[in-house]
Design a binder for this molecule. Sequence first.
Ligand SMILES: Nc1ncnc2c1ncn2[C@@H]1O[C@H](COP(=O)(O)OP(=O)(O)OP(=O)(O)O)[C@@H](O)[C@H]1O
Length: 640
Amino acid sequence: MRQSDHCRPFRPPDWGSPPPHCRNHHQSHRRPQPPPRFAVILLRAGPNVSTPTATEIDALIDGLQSPPPDNLSVFSSGRDAARLLFRSLPAAAAAARELWSLRLEGLHLLTPYLPNAAVAAHAFPLIASLFASHASRLLDSDLVSLSAARSAELAASIQSVKHRLSVRNNFRDFDQLNLQKETLEAEKDLVDAKIAEYKASMSLIRRAMLRGTDEEEEVEVDEEGVDVFGIGEGEDVDFVRLHKMMLRESRRLNEGLPIYAYRRKILNHIFHNQVIILIGETGSGKSTQLVQFLADSGLAADGSIVCTQPRKIAAAALARRVDEESNGCYTDNFVLSYSTFFNCQDFNSKIIFCTDSCLLHHCMNDVGLDDISYIIIDEAHERSLNTDLLLALIKTKLLDRVDLRLVIMSATADADRLSDYFYGCQTFHVKGRNFPVEIKYVPDVSVEASVNTVPNSLRDACATASYLNDVVRLVSIIHKNEEEGAILAFLTSQLEVEWACENFSDSSGMVLPMHGKLSQVEQSRVFKSYDGKRKIIFCTNMAETSLTIKEVRYVVDSGLAKESRFVPSSGLNILKVNWISQSSANQRAGRAGRTGPGKCYRLYSESDFSMMEVHQEPEIRKVHLGTAVLRILALGVKDA
Ligand SMILES: Nc1ncnc2c1ncn2[C@@H]1O[C@H](COP(=O)(O)OP(=O)(O)OP(=O)(O)O)[C@@H](O)[C@H]1O
């Protein structure tokens, strides 16, 4: 650790004579003064504690307009970047305020830490007022103007389409124009709602910062009711967290996941209803955002928010993503993921992503679910045995614990059926998706011959599964002809995935397998980037839901999946390749539009699609009932 000049390193001698305020220090021998004791410590942010450099910190402190410190130490590495000591309490508070002001302007990311209670008390109103002004400025920032301009542009387009609709049209044009108008109106509504959401959050921050001051604003009766942030009162306010939250709000307005536009409405719904069903398009932000909305609002203050996923890889990936996105907004270990259940696991972290089987095991141990206040069952359309058992168990818990809340979430679930099961609970729809996905049907490839055929060996698989060759061929065509972007191709088994990986040969592609038998480390290879090479991922339907593999722009959907089914006549479970449901097909397509517009190639015709089951059959209807009964008994249900 370099400790630069203990005394005023911020104006090196060769920069000219020291400014007048420095002379006090040099003249200190004339009149003994008490040692400076009011400290402002500048802390480095994040894990990379070696930035910024000592020279940059020197320059930053040197440029302050407020009275300079009476003693200064600058450190070139470590958590502390600089320690400023003052004799005067107001001078220390003014320096803290100015350092915060520079941080809010985006000039540095250091945190002024005030260890001395007197300095903190003195500085608090100054910094709070600074945050209030900053929130006011953000209300009219360039970001808001940009979104407002987009809204005006959409309004003009809507007017133009309306005008064209008012003149004579043939039936087909009329239909198309009407569709265009509706699409534009929906987009405009979304942009307007996002601006309103952003402004509501900034107004809330401003009001909180001015509370108890002469400028305190009257609380407007918010039509949506629930506050989106719990900011804290008085000196409990954590300015670092608040700043990170403001930055995240700006990112949300800028990047704009559709669910952001609905935040207050959703929170309000959840606040007033014990159970809601949330349906939103794939990629609209359900899995990554809802947990954050709940945690920020303080609605879940008394317990954790548990979000279940059907697969381990999704639980881990979502926890990583939420942690990364909310960086600094929460304390360490606020977001966790559990993929496998252990008896020693605590459920008292705030946001927990886990598999449905993990939560089911937890229920077996702690049937009261005392440490949980919100349960989100994600990807409910899959209707796995674990999900259905969980839903049944939670339904009984909801009667005992009126504070427990349940959100059932999916892009493609059968909302009516779920609503019926939960006494007609409300369904909330989130409209809009992140990026468009163009659907291309490739009907000239016949898959019918291979349906219901289970390959016994690799040789058989290649001989019988004609779609396997078709998938590999289509991937090759996309690779040669389409612009950059990874390709995700859905097959039905590990065997097929391995065969496709071996038989796809192109040195400009990075071919990767993705199936349930791979270790977590092997699975995580699909999330890495491979410079100069297009990622080509052959996967089973384990990659169908929840996952965001950033570069994926193209999806190849064979339309098939292998499923296990109990056959009562033989008493055996058999594996069968079957058509997927429309719900699954839409989930697969959704993997292409996560971080940019995408395309989904379906190896079947549009009429094949329309003949598929709308929703997949619940697993509980396909497995041997003994399995289900044993699990129910283990949950303590005696009259199963
Ligand atoms: N790991 C990631 N890297 C980059 N962007 C991501 C990542 N995870 C999520 N995103 C972004 O956030 C968006 C929303 O993801 P999220 O999982 O919350 O959507 P969702 O509505 O739950 O989708 P689905 O119904 O498919 O599970 C994605 O479309 C993508 O733009």
